[in-house]
Write a protein that binds this ligand. Structure first.
Ligand code: PLP
Length: 359
């Protein structure tokens, strides 16, 4: 009876993960208690955390000189955490502005020091990413921050910015684990978990160890990457159940063939949906072809008055949460890793049928 949930986040999780979690819920591996009830310092829970980290390291091929941190507060807290940890040595925080999430990151960083927006596509309605020849990073910058996939606008970079010696920071909340990346192209990657990783609240940080150390002096220890790295992400009680579920999702992804295999499926899903949109006069996606997101596909109906009917009929067909973000309107289908091809096929069939009846 599970439908297809196209929500941008919290998003659909794999059915197999739900089932395994349900089976293991009352008694985790013969401990006589739920994983939720295990002491976070117990060898059992430490094995859960270390197992999740090890699987993630394998999936993303994360080198030993990067720390993996399981934190809390969502990607939004990282908008503050990053400057607190990386701006103490001076220099401005530089940004590429490609949409709503870039703007929020820029605003928060402004509390901690100078920010510079090197390039923005705001004047073009955020309908494309910034191109590589439109900015150059200041040699004295503390870091360059960008959003590889803008979840609300549906805009995805098709390259990784070159920053020389300046640390590169990426908010990968809505694209992490969706395709292979070279972790060494980045100095700090962070992501809220609720799209491709697991339950909301858990926040993943992957940071080059050489960046750990000095932080702004009033940085809470919970937000201090070095303190978290030195304490195995246990400066306080970590979100144990969310870490356990993330581990199950990593396991599932491994079973799918890892990020290279899921990239192929994600590309197929996105092509199917964009193709259906582009072939029709009834639906439209406004984003530049080369910057269209594989994870979040916004589309507009020719007749906006049909929006409510579209959503209601989609819901009846088991296709949920297709409404676009309130700031852009229209529709948006988020098709993260856990969305099967069958879900996208179901959506495309529904869209064709809806168009025939109302177009
Ligand atoms: N950054 C991006 C790209 C996002 O998509 C989101 C949430 O959707 C956030 C940041 C904020 O994440 P959180 O709600 O975990 O703070």
């Amino acid at each position: 009876t599970r439908g297809y949930n196209f929500c941008s986040g919290p998003a659909m999780l794999p059915g197999a993960v739900m089932q395994r979690a349900q089976e293991e819920l009352p008694d985790w591996q013969g401990t006589g208690m739920s994983v939720m009830e295990l002491s976070h310092r117990s060898p059992e829970f430490v094995s859960v955390l270390e197992g999740a980290e090890a699987r993630l390291r394998t999936l993303m091929n994360i080198p030993e000189d990067y720390a993996v941190l399981f934190m809390q507060g969502g990607a939004t807290l990282q908008f503050s955490c990053v400057p607190m940890n990386l701006m103490s040595r001076g220099g401005a925080a530089e940004f590429l502005d490609t949409g709503a999430w870039s703007v929020k990151a820029i605003k928060e960083a402004g509390r901690y020091g100078e920010t510079r927006v090197l390039a923005s596509t705001k004047d073009e309605g955020y309908r494309r990413a910034v191109r590589a020849d439109e900015f150059s990073v200041g040699a004295d910058a503390a870091y360059l921050h960008y959003t590889p996939n803008e979840t609300i606008g549906g805009v995805e970079f098709n390259y990784v910015p070159e920053t020389g010696d300046v640390p590169l920071v990426a908010d990968m909340s809505s694209c992490i684990l969706s395709r292979p990346i070279n972790v060494e192209d980045f100095d700090l990657i962070y992501a809220g978990a609720q799209k491709n990783i697991g339950p909301a609240g858990l926040t993943l940080v992957i940071v080059r160890k050489s960046l750990l150390g000095e932080v702004m002096h009033d940085t809470p220890s919970l937000l201090n990457y070095k303190a978290q790295a030195d304490n195995g992400s246990m400066v306080n009680t970590p979100p144990t159940f969310a870490i356990y579920l993330a581990g199950l999702v990593f396991d599932w992804l491994e079973g799918q063939g890892g990020v290279r295999a899921i990239e192929g499926i994600n590309a197929e899903k996105a092509a199917l949906l964009y193709d259906a949109i582009d072939r029709s006069e009834f639906y439209r996606n406004p984003i530049a072809l080369e910057h269209r997101s594989r994870m979040n596909v916004p589309f507009i109906l020719a007749d906006e008055q049909l929006n409510d009917r579209f959503l209601a009929e989609a819901g009846e067909a088991g296709l949920y949460n297709l409404q676009g973000h309130r700031s852009v309107g229209g529709m948006r289908a988020s098709i993260y890793n856990a969305m099967p091809l069958a879900g996208v096929r179901g959506l495309v069939d529904f869209m064709k049928d809806f168009e025939q009846r109302h177009g």
